[in-house]
Design a protein around this ligand. Structure first.
Ligand code: MAN
Length: 502
């Protein structure tokens, strides 16, 4: 009987206790013990009568005895928000006369009848917002994927260009080596040609001297012959025919026979000498011109003009001409061996119209510019352009007027601040992109901006949020010359940000 009474009493007490502010899953924590008592949740040593739960007096240090009143500052009030999302509200906001619909849409944070239940209306609004949010992310994701595809193509193109330039450099390098080797051998051949010509020209000089000597001897003989002729002529004209001297008669007759056999037109030996000398000089000039042309052609590499057969032919003709002149008039064996000029010397010229030196410097300068392009490409390829290299496809710029300035942001190059006079101040150059755990999104760092008067070099952090079109939403300057941008872009859209509706 006694036990039954206690049980009935405790049941009566339990039913009188308000379980306001307790979530259904925590209800089991708020059951009385067999003695009708209850222990503070985080301080089980403190035992209070069960009916002191929600009696508007704070008994437990953790506030667990007052989940449905504002008696304990630290406790949390549970709003069921049926039909929408359940929530907890800080207990000091309970029964304060304010309907905290943002947390308790069912109005349960205030006494019954004070706040109407707005859960259905708020859920509708929330659903609309979720749909807008999700549509925004989905649109952004489609664009983001297109950008990723484009970035892939850009990177492939860069890689292809890199490899093409790399193989161009290899080819140019071996061509340069070839040209340098050829230049060395050409220099050797030039010396060889000069030697041969010196030899030929020396021999011609000697021959010229011998020729001059022989001609003057001949002139002397001819003069002597002429004076002898004059003596005989005189004797023939003046001898006394009455003296029958057979020796004189015979000599006079011999002279007359001789005079009759000789052509009356006297050979002018001076003219002959002048002619021979003239021909000799012109041959020497031709040889000297030939030498100059060979050397010139060698350096200019005019293939067509310096085929081996052409050179050989010139040499042959000159050799014969010299021989003919000298041997024809004097019978001197000149031994002028022009054929000994090495025929191989003509193979110096074999490639293009420009001289080998010009070609070498042209190849060197092409190599230089190709190498610098290769370095640029290497830098470009090793730059961090974010997830899937997406920024490679985002070299776009956007300008917005915010506060006193226009801000021009080019995602992969620079950020500028432009004042009303149109003067631009560089805030920074694109340095890096990194994922911020805190912001759950990407941020771009721009550094190396113009120096701030009496301050640091300007720099900026650009936070990205999801959007389908690049746009600057906000610019702040939390510290002097350190700027914070909030920018929308598909780059900030993530699949996992799509909200699900239960
Ligand atoms: C300019 C702007 C400002 C900056 C000051 C610093 O006015 O770049 O953003 O704070 O210079 O002197």
């Amino acid at each position: 009987m006694h036990t039954l009474l206690i049980l009935l009493l405790s049941l009566r007490t339990a039913s009188a206790v308000s379980l306001r502010g307790i979530s259904p899953e925590n209800l089991h924590l708020y059951e009385p013990d067999p003695n009708g008592n209850w222990r503070c949740l985080n301080n089980p040593e403190i035992v209070i009568p069960y009916d002191r739960i929600n009696d508007d007096y704070c008994d437990c240090p953790d506030g667990s005895d007052e989940p449905g009143t504002n008696a304990c500052f630290s406790s949390q009030f549970f709003c069921l928000n049926e039909g929408f999302k359940s929530n907890y509200i800080r207990s000091w906001k309970v029964d304060d006369g304010v309907c905290d619909y943002d947390v308790c849409c069912d109005g349960s944070d205030e006494p019954e009848g004070v706040c109407e239940n707005k859960c259905e209306q708020l859920r509708k609004e929330w659903l609309e917002n979720v749909q807008i949010h999700n549509r925004n992310i989905q649109r952004g994701l489609i664009l983001k994927n297109k950008l990723i595809d484009h970035a892939k193509v850009i990177k492939e193109d860069l890689n292809r260009e890199y490899h093409e330039i790399e193989s161009d450099i290899d080819e140019l390098q071996s061509f340069l080596e070839e040209l340098e080797t050829e230049k060395k051998s050409m220099d050797k051949n030039a010396v060889f040609i000069m030697d041969k010509f010196k030899n030929v020209e020396g021999k011609l000089d000697e021959t010229e001297i011998k020729l001059a000597d022989s001609l003057s001897q001949m002139k002397e003989y001819i003069e002597k012959l002429e004076s002898l002729e004059k003596v005989l002529q005189k004797m023939n004209n003046e001898y006394n025919h009455n003296f029958n001297d057979p020796a004189v008669k015979s000599a006079a007759q011999e002279y007359l026979n001789f005079a009759a056999s000789v052509d009356n037109t006297r050979i002018n030996f001076n003219d002959i000498i002048i002619n021979i000398k003239g021909e000799f000089d012109s041959t020497k000039l031709e040889i000297s011109n030939l030498r100059d042309s060979i050397l010139e052609l060698k350096s200019e590499k005019k293939q067509s003009e310096l085929e081996p057969t052409v050179i050989d032919h010139i040499m042959d003709v000159l050799g014969t001409v010299c021989k003919e002149i000298v041997e024809g008039f004097l019978g001197i064996n000149t031994e002028t061996n022009l054929e000994t000029v090495e025929k191989g010397s003509s193979n110096l010229q074999k490639k293009s119209d420009s001289s080998i030196d010009d070609q070498i410097s042209e190849v060197q300068s092409t190599l230089k510019s190709k190498r610098s392009k290769l370095n640029q490409l290497n830098d470009e390829l090793s730059k961090n352009y974010g997830p899937d290299d997406i920024l490679r496809a985002m070299a776009e710029c956007v300008t917005s007027h915010i506060g006193d300035y226009d801000y021009k942001l080019c995602l992969t190059s620079t950020v500028e601040q432009i004042n009303s006079d149109g003067r631009s101040t560089r805030i920074g150059r694109f340095e890096n992109i990194q994922y911020s755990q805190e912001k759950k999104n990407y941020e771009l760092l721009f550094t190396g901006g113009e120096k701030c008067w009496n301050g640091p070099y300007r720099e900026a952090v650009v936070d990205i949020v999801c959007g389908d079109k690049l746009g600057i939403k906000l610019v702040t300057e939390p510290e002097k010359c350190v700027y914070q941008f909030k920018v929308v872009s598909p780059l900030g859209c993530f699949e996992e940000d799509i909200l699900t509706i239960e």
